[in-house]
Ligand binder design. Structure first.
Ligand SMILES: Cc1cc2nc3c(=O)[nH]c(=O)nc-3n(C[C@H](O)[C@H](O)[C@H](O)COP(=O)(O)OP(=O)(O)OC[C@H]3O[C@@H](n4cnc5c(N)ncnc54)[C@H](O)[C@@H]3O)c2cc1C
Length: 336
């Protein structure tokens, strides 16, 4: 069987690897000239946080997130499973209790517990929630890894190419993110802004979320003293610029976590738009001879492997699924 996949974001590349691992001949077409150049995936934080995300997402997100986490761990050596830490400043401590009521898979820590995990934060926070089974990865390394893995499996990626230039195939899987809006009319954009900071003066070993009633933000450590600070959530599909307000909020969150971030270099300012359906739950849809995997919202890395697996089960094994939240559906939301 030959499959053409549109897009080298996390949805397209996980799907490509999943199908190639099952013996399918895969060609991926990407309109831009390089990995990440126009993808939302390039700007992600890379948090694999099924239990933290449970705060605002239905159970299916956590369920698929746990499956995806195992997928990443089995394949990508850059998957770091040291948990995630959630803190709040004194005036916002009620936010921690609110989160604890809406999720599971955590333990409460006091100041000493925080100090034991992240000594640089010792003395700065009195309470935290620790989600020990959560993980994170560097999205750019992960995308590069998937591209290499696909090529090792005999798959091909053609950059600067669209579907009309692809080789003939039995099936097209469209993973073009927000660009599929012309065909998937209920897809919308949710803008996300982020910063990359560099500091050699502070070490964090896991993502830290700072709760706040209006602007909850997080910091994800990467190699080489780099920290991703993210991310805003704005109902907009304008990816052109970060606003002054967002910049202020992101930098304030970093500074509030530790003043040493005041001395950090700002090495990148990023803005992208997440593809989302009205309920913020992804879908696998079929229209004619094409399958769409889309609407990954703020959960692309958390969910893409599980969606790829589901899509491969349906296409290759003819399995059917319950369409409660996430289903395999036609364009009228009928299961198929
Ligand atoms: C700031 C920020 C932080 C985030 N943090 C996290 C996080 O911590 N954890 C998490 O799980 N998720 C996170 N996300 C969400 C995640 O990034 C998205 O859900 C995910 O990137 C969506 O992936 P995708 O493959 O569907 O789309 P994209 O990554 O946008 O990929 C689509 C690709 O298709 C290509 N394409 C489009 N049209 C065509 C065409 N006609 N022909 C060929 N190619 C085409 C595009 O160039 C692009 O490369 C974050 C998002 C943002 C913006």
């Amino acid at each position: 069987m030959n499959v053409t996949i549109i897009g080298t974001g996390v949805a397209g590349l996980t799907c490509a690897v999943e199908f190639a691992e099952r013996g399918v001949s895969v060609e991926v077409v990407e309109r831009s000239d390089a990995l990440g150049a126009q993808s939302c995936s390039w700007y992600a934080g890379g948090m694999l946080a099924p239990w933290c995300e449970r705060e605002h997402a239905p159970g299916i997100i956590a369920e698929l997130g746990v499956q995806s986490l195992a997928w990443w761990r089995q394949r990508f050596p850059g998957t770091v499973q040291r948990g995630s830490l959630v803190v709040a400043h004194g005036r916002d401590l009620a936010e921690l209790s609110n989160l604890s009521r809406r999720t599971e898979g955590y333990e409460w820590l006091d100041g000493n517990g925080i100090d034991a995990l992240e000594p640089e934060l010792g003395g700065r926070f009195s309470r935290a929630l620790f989600f020990k089974d959560e993980a994170h990865l560097d999205p750019r390394e992960a995308l590069q890894f998937l591209a290499t893995r696909l090529q090792e499996l005999g798959g091909v990626i053609r950059f600067g190419t669209t579907i009309d230039q692809a080789s003939p195939s039995d099936l097209t899987i469209d993973c073009s993110g927000l660009a599929a809006r012309g065909e998937l009319k209920d897809l919308r954009g949710v803008k996300g802004e982020m910063l990359l900071l560099r500091s050699r003066e502070i070490t964090l070993t896991r993502p830290v979320r700072v709760l706040h009633p209006r602007t909850p933000l997080y910091i994800v450590p990467r190699q080489g003293g780099v920290f991703m600070v993210g991310a805003t959530m704005i109902e907009s599909d304008d990816a052109t610029r970060i606003t002054a307000r967002s910049m202020l909020e992101l930098l304030s969150a970093a500074y509030g976590l530790h003043p040493i971030f005041g001395e950090a270099e700002v090495i990148e300012i990023g803005t992208q738009v997440r593809p989302a359906f009205p309920d913020n739950v992804p879908r696998i849809r079929r229209r004619g001879g094409r399958i769409y995997i889309n609407g990954l919202y703020r959960h692309g890395f958390l969910l893409a492997p599980a969606l790829a697996h589901l899509a491969a089960n349906v296409v290759l094994d003819g399995r059917h699924y319950d369409g409660r939240y996430l289903g395999v559906m036609d364009e009228n939301h009928r299961e198929w």
